[in-house]
Design a protein around this ligand. Structure first.
Ligand SMILES: NC(=O)c1ccc[n+]([C@@H]2O[C@H](COP(=O)([O-])OP(=O)(O)OC[C@H]3O[C@@H](n4cnc5c(N)ncnc54)[C@H](O)[C@@H]3O)[C@@H](O)[C@H]2O)c1
Length: 321
C-alpha cells in the first residue's frame, strides 16, 4: 500500500544542475522520484548521492518522444539552459521545449498529474521594462540565434496555458532567473561558473566595460524551495511566476568576491563591452513573495563558497584523472 502523503514525482532533466538538486530534495522529503534524462548536458555523476535509494529511479529517455508512466506530479526541466549548449543544436533545443511540453502535458492529462514548467526570464527577451513583472509580454527576436531557446520556452508556456484552459490541467509556470551552485556545467560559459573556473586555474577573469553592469544570482537551494512550494500551492494559481534573487551585484564585485573567496591570485582584466550586454538583470519577485511567502535566503558569499568548493573538487579530480 502506498502512503497517501508520499508522492511519485517525475523530474525531466533530472540529471542536470537544477534537476539533480530537486531530485535530492524530493527524496529527502520522502517522495518517490523518477529522473528522466537523455544526458545531453546532465551526468550520472550528478545523481550519485541518490543511486542507493530504493525510492529513486533513473530512465534514459528523450522527452521529444512520448512517455507512459504513473506519477502524481511532473517537474519539466529538460532543456539545455546555457547559450553554448542550446545553440549547439538549435533544432533539437526547440524540439525539446515544444515536443517535450506536448509529451509531458499529454502524460499529465492522462494520469491527472500536476505539472510544473521550468520556464525562463529569457521569455522577456531584450526587455524595454526593468525589472520585468509577470504581466510584461517580452521583446524577443523570433529569428535570432537565441530564439530556439526563447521562443521554444514561450511556445511551451502557450501550450501549458492552453492545457490549463482547455483541459483544466493543474499547471504551474515558473520563470526562472539566473541560478547558480554546485553541479553547474564547468564549460557552460555562464558568469559565475566561468569566473570560478578561471580563478581556480589562476587565469585572468575577463570583465566587460568597467564591470558596472549589474546581475542577480539565486542560489540553487533557494530555487528548489520555490519550485516545490509552487508545485504544492493552490491549483487556482498557474503563474506565470518570476523566481530569482533580486539582490544586485556589479560584475566587478562578483569577480572580486570570487577571487577573494577562492584565495586565487588571478587578475581582473577589462575587455570592450559587447553591443548586447544588458546594463541590468534583476527579477521582480513581488508575486512570489505574495503567493508562496518565499524569498531567497542564501547570501551570495555563502553560495559562492559552496560553489567554489564543488568546482575545486571537480577540477582537482579532473587534473588527477
Ligand atoms: N540555471 C538557470 O539559471 C536557469 C534559468 C532559467 C531557466 N532554467 C531552466 O531550468 C531547467 C534546468 O536548467 P539547468 O540549469 O539545470 O540546465 P542543465 O543543462 O544542467 O539541465 C538540463 C537537463 O535536461 C536534460 N535534457 C536536455 N534535453 C533533453 C531531452 N530532449 N530529453 C531529456 N532530457 C534532456 C539535460 O541532459 C540536462 O540534464 C531548464 O529547462 C532551463 O531552461 C534554468
Amino acid at each position: 500500500m502506498r502512503d497517501v502523503n508520499r508522492r511519485r514525482a517525475l523530474v525531466t532533466g533530472g540529471a542536470g544542475f537544477l534537476g539533480s538538486h530537486l531530485c535530492e530534495r524530493l527524496l529527502a522529503e520522502g517522495h518517490d522520484v523518477l529522473c528522466v534524462d537523455n544526458y545531453y548536458t546532465g551526468t550520472r555523476e550528478n545523481l550519485k548521492s541518490m543511486l542507493g535509494s530504493p525510492r529513486f529511479e533513473i530512465l534514459r529517455h528523450d522527452v521529444t518522444f512520448p512517455l507512459y508512466v504513473e506519477v502524481d506530479e511532473i517537474y519539466n526541466l529538460a532543456c539545455p539552459a546555457s547559450p553554448v549548449h542550446y545553440q549547439f543544436d538549435p533544432v533539437q533545443t526547440t524540439k525539446t521545449s515544444v515536443h517535450g511540453a506536448i509529451n509531458m502535458l499529454g502524460l499529465a492529462k492522462r494520469v491527472r498529474a500536476r505539472i510544473l514548467q521550468a520556464s525562463t526570464s529569457e521569455v522577456y527577451g531584450d526587455p524595454d521594462v526593468h525589472p520585468q513583472p509577470e504581466s510584461y509580454w517580452g521583446r524577443v527576436n523570433p529569428i535570432g540565434i537565441r530564439a530556439c531557446y526563447d521562443e521554444g520556452k514561450r511556445c511551451a508556456e502557450t501550450l501549458f496555458f492552453d492545457y490549463y484552459r482547455q483541459h483544466r490541467l493543474p499547471i504551474k509556470v515558473a520563470r526562472i532567473f539566473n541560478t547558480y551552485g554546485p553541479r553547474m556545467h564547468p564549460g557552460d560559459g555562464r558568469v559565475v561558473s566561468n569566473f570560478i573556473v578561471k580563478a581556480l586555474q589562476g587565469e585572468p577573469l575577463e570583465v566587460y566595460g568597467e564591470g558596472s553592469q549589474t546581475r542577480s544570482f539565486c542560489y540553487v537551494d533557494d530555487m528548489v524551495s520555490a519550485l516545490m512550494l509552487f508545485m504544492a500551492g493552490d491549483d487556482g494559481f498557474p503563474g506565470p511566476l518570476n523566481l530569482g534573487n533580486p539582490g544586485e551585484f556589479t560584475i566587478l564585485e562578483l569577480a572580486e568576491q570570487v577571487i577573494e573567496r577562492s584565495g586565487s591570485r588571478s587578475k581582473i582584466v577589462f575587455a570592450p563591452l559587447p553591443a548586447d550586454d544588458p546594463r541590468q538583470r534583476q527579477p521582480d519577485i513581488a508575486l512570489a513573495r505574495e503567493k508562496l511567502g518565499w524569498q531567497p535566503t542564501t547570501p551570495l558569499a555563502e553560495g559562492l563558497d559552496r560553489t567554489i568548493e564543488y568546482f575545486d573538487g571537480l577540477l582537482g579530480r579532473d587534473a588527477r584523472a
